[in-house]
Design a protein around this ligand. Structure first.
Ligand SMILES: [Ca+2]
Ligand SMILES: [Ca+2]
Ligand SMILES: [Ca+2]
Ligand SMILES: [Ca+2]
Length: 328
């Protein structure tokens, strides 16, 4: 009865491991299969009679063979990760499952696709601490990952996103796991533990993709100048010395996420003088150095305007700022 009880216990442990990481039990096709390394013994008995008398039965020798190890694993990429250009330590989630009938360890590696938009840098692999979220409690994987039969682990590829990535781009990364066991393709050793690769392709290695999806703000800036007054002509003022010229700066976001902390900075051009308190943002006049519009120097050599957030929804994806100078 002992082996039977033991198997119940193992299955129960496996189910606990499953619920801990939220993996469907259907991935573990080997649940219920006999564990590698168990010896199966059998004895034949012969009974007979002589005349009408039953004789003592005769037993055979014990025939023994060892259950061999079926190596099988699955790697499954999870939901893609949405991220931004320049973001550091961004995680892609994968599940590694031992679907064989024995304990195993897997060497994990990462490859980057060339059929996507960009590569990431600084790649590391982490083992999750059970919350399926990459965080401080997770552990850097630097050795083969041990997994008992019928258990799985959540693993993250963690890497940095280049600043050059743009809105809508993707980077595809493949996590590959390879058993540390060696297949025995020769004759069966009845009493030894042979290893058989039972995964797809019978090569002891499996992998799957996941990808980063970039959400970026894409800002463009357009600047124009128009003469407001020259003290001579109301209808057609010209840029003569003493004329007031208004600069208009329009920032437009054609990306997929709002830009934050948008600051417009402009040097006051040579041969002009800044008109004090002439900055506006979204049509609202700003008081110099009142919090939103800042001037530098006396006389003013530079202005800057804190435009805050610039959204990306069509129709509300731009901000307009103005300021004025006089021509010296
Ligand atoms: Ca790539
Ligand atoms: Ca975690
Ligand atoms: Ca064998
Ligand atoms: Ca394979």
């Amino acid at each position: 009865m002992k082996p039977f009880t033991g198997r119940i216990k193992r299955v129960a442990l496996a189910m606990m491991a499953l619920s801990a990481v939220g993996v469907s039990s259907s991935v573990f096709a080997a649940v219920g299969e006999t564990t590698a390394g168990i010896d199966i013994t059998n004895t034949a008995t012969v009974s007979y009679t002589v005349g009408t008398s039953a004789q003592n039965p005769v037993s055979s020798n014990v025939a023994t063979f060892r259950v061999d190890q079926k190596v099988d694993l699955t790697i499954t990429g999870g939901t893609p990760t949405t991220t931004n250009p320049g973001a550091l330590n961004q995680a892609l989630i994968y599940t590694v499952a031992n679907t064989g009938n024995g304990n195993d360890s897997y060497t994990l590696s990462v490859s980057q696709s060339a059929a996507d938009n960009f590569d990431t840098t600084g790649i590391e692999i982490y083992l999750d601490n059970g919350d399926s979220t990459f965080g401080a409690g997770d552990t850097l994987i630097s050795a083969p990952l041990p997994l008992a039969r019928d258990t799985s682990a959540v693993v993250f590829i963690v890497s940095d996103i280049p600043l050059t990535a743009t809105n809508g781009q993707t980077a595809i990364l493949t996590l590959t796991g390879t058993t540390t066991l060696t297949a025995n393709t020769g004759a069966d050793n009845p009493t030894g533990l042979d290893v058989v690769f039972a995964d797809t392709g019978n090569n002891g290695t499996e992998g799957d993709d996941n990808n980063y999806a970039i959400e970026a703000a894409t800002l463009s800036v357009v600047k124009s100048a128009s003469v407001i007054s020259d003290g001579i002509s109301v209808s057609n003022p010209k840029a003569i010395p003493g004329a007031v010229v208004q600069y208009t700066i329009v920032v437009t976001n054609t990306g997929g996420v709002q830009a934050t902390s948008v600051t417009l900075t402009d040097d006051i051009p040579s041969n002009t003088t800044y008109v004090l308190n002439s900055m506006t943002l979204g049509g609202t006049p700003l008081v110099d150095n009142g919090g939103t519009g800042t001037t530098t120097g006396a006389p003013v050599s530079q202005i800057s305007i804190n435009a805050g957030n610039v959204g990306f929804a069509p129709g509300s994806n731009s901000v307009t700022a103005t300021f004025r100078v006089t021509v010296n």
